[in-house]
Design a protein around this ligand. Structure first.
Ligand code: 5AD
Ligand code: SF4
Length: 481
């Protein structure tokens, strides 16, 4: 995945979201069980409200931004509290069992009451994975729509507005990825922008190819036009998204590759920072490092999930690279003129993972010195080949290994960050913590820096901050004025 879902910790936290989305319609052929005579009715447009909660990665957060845009475009109003809403949407994640359970427990809260006064929709990866079974488990749900069918959302909404019940959209949309003017971005400082959807890899543990469908890239003209619009809206930081973002292949006539696109996005007037996630090691080239070295607006950070440091386990995971091939790519990054930070995802306790396979992962952490690692216990998922593999690792053992790895990595990060005390970084201020009179922001390397300043109104500004203290997950400092 590249995981896609991949992603930073913040994305693993369920967020009451916002967002929005997009557009156009599709044919109603993927809807079933549509009975215009039944239950809760939402009349089109004004006066109706919706609540949306997002689970999972940045791609999901951004999908919700698209959904919010479509809903607002039809006159619905977003509310912060579920009790105030006529429509309730859960944009779901199914990457691990726990994420799926959380959604079912949310839905369970409506047992016996819903369907009468509120319309409930399940969107995203769990919807795609479970399909009609969601109606079985939670009959009060009215809409089940997979992330590869968002194009059809306006149509589904129209059916809901007409009194429709049990609408299902599970087509794996193979058209250009769904992104539009309607997208209502929630994050005022960083604009997410999907450049490629779906995944053509087949990692044996991963639901993404099943839930998000085959890989398809947007046209570069559309991407660049959107970047220019984002700049006009005031954004200076753009984050390009895709499960395997670096396998981007322009579907338009210019046939740009990923590096060409990176350079062109970075060259748009007004763009100051460009990030991208998630990169697949297999598609990671020296040219990406070279582009970062040569282009100030390309941020000094690469998220390059390794998943395991053991070649036999990588083989069983169908990751398509060996430990040594991965490390060779790390060496390219380390040889850059700019100090590029590297983060990773790791899966612990894949079937058959021996103690020595696990130690190989620890030794890889030692070798790479990541700036951040998101480690997860392996979770068997439906529609994946790993699910039926023998030699499952007991949960208690997975958790033991996870704790060992996290502690190991914590020490590595503490040592790395300690060396940064005394350095000065450009920080993009994106948070205010009034209670402790501090501001927060990120460096180009994506390090979190909390800092004090004698000035006010710093949000959205690029500032020079001197680091005075460090911890494993963040730095503290003072704004140099
Ligand atoms: N179990 C545990 N972790 C998983 N991931 C993907 N599938 C699974 C699974 N079945 C992790 C990978 C991926 C991240 C987003 O989630 O590390 O990079
Ligand atoms: Fe990433 Fe592999 Fe999943 Fe594709 S199948 S999203 S490459 S982990």
């Amino acid at each position: 995945m590249s995981e896609s879902i991949h992603v930073p910790l913040e994305s693993l936290i369920a967020t009451a979201a916002s967002g929005i989305s997009s557009l156009p319609a599709g044919a109603p052929d993927s809807t079933r069980s549509f009975d215009a005579t039944s239950i809760a009715t939402v009349t089109p447009g004004a006066g109706k409200s919706f609540y949306i909660e997002t689970f999972g990665c940045q791609m999901n957060v951004h999908d919700s931004e698209k959904v919010v845009g479509v809903l607002e475009g039809r006159g619905y109003q977003q509310v912060e509290k579920l009790v105030d809403a006529d429509l309730i949407f859960y944009n779901t994640c199914s990457i691990r069992e726990k994420a799926a359970q959380k959604v079912f427990s949310r839905l369970g809260e409506f047992r016996g009451t819903a369907g009468e006064s509120k319309i409930i929709g399940v969107l995203g990866c769990l919807a795609q994975q479970e399909g009609e079974d969601i109606f079985e488990r939670a009959p009060w749900v009215s809409l089940v729509c997979g992330s590869a069918s968002y194009r059809k959302l306006p149509e589904f909404l129209a059916q809901l507005e007409a009194g429709g019940r049990r609408i299902m959209g599970l087509d794996l949309d193979t058209e250009e990825t769904f992104e539009t003017d309607l997208t209502r971005r929630d994050n005022p400082f960083r604009a997410y922008l999907t450049i490629i959807e779906g995944c053509d890899y087949a990692c044996s543990y991963c639901v993404v190819p099943h839930t998000r469908g085959p890989e398809r890239s947007r046209r570069s003209e559309a991407v660049l036009a959107e970047v220019r619009r984002l700049v006009d809206l005031g954004y200076s930081e753009i984050q390009l998204l895709g499960q395997t973002v670096n396998s981007y292949r322009d579907s338009g006539p210019r046939k740009l590759n990923f590096v060409d696109l990176l350079r062109e996005v970075a060259a748009v007037n007004g763009v100051r920072r460009v990030r991208f996630t998630t990169s697949h090691p297999n598609d990671f080239t020296r040219e990406i490092v070279q582009a970062i070295d040569e282009t100030p607006a390309l941020c000094d950070h690469i998220h390059l999930p390794v998943q395991s440091g053991s070649t036999p386990i990588l083989k069983a995971m169908l990751r398509t690279y060996t430990r040594d091939e991965y490390l060779e790519k790390i060496d390219w990054i380390r040889a850059a003129r700019r100090p590029i930070s590297v983060t990773s995802d790791v899966i612990i306790g894949f079937p058959g993972e021996t103690e020595s396979n696990f130690e190989a992962t620890l030794s890889l952490l030692d070798r790479v010195h990541y700036d951040g690692v998101y480690a997860f216990n392996y979770s068997p998922r439906p529609n994946t080949t790993a699910r039926s593999m023998p030699d499952a690792i007991p949960e208690t053992e997975k958790s033991r290994r996870l704790a060992v790895l996290n502690e190991y990595q914590r020490k590595i990060q503490s040592a790395t960050n300690e060396k940064l005390i005394g350095s000065t970084f450009e920080v993009f201020a994106d948070s205010r913590y009034a209670a402790r009179n501090q501001w927060g922001g990120r460096t180009t390397c994506n390090r979190v820096v909390n800092f004090t300043s004698p000035r006010e109104n710093l949000l959205g500004q690029y500032l020079q901050v001197k680091v005075t203290r460090s911890g494993p997950g963040s730095l503290s400092g003072e704004h140099l004025v």
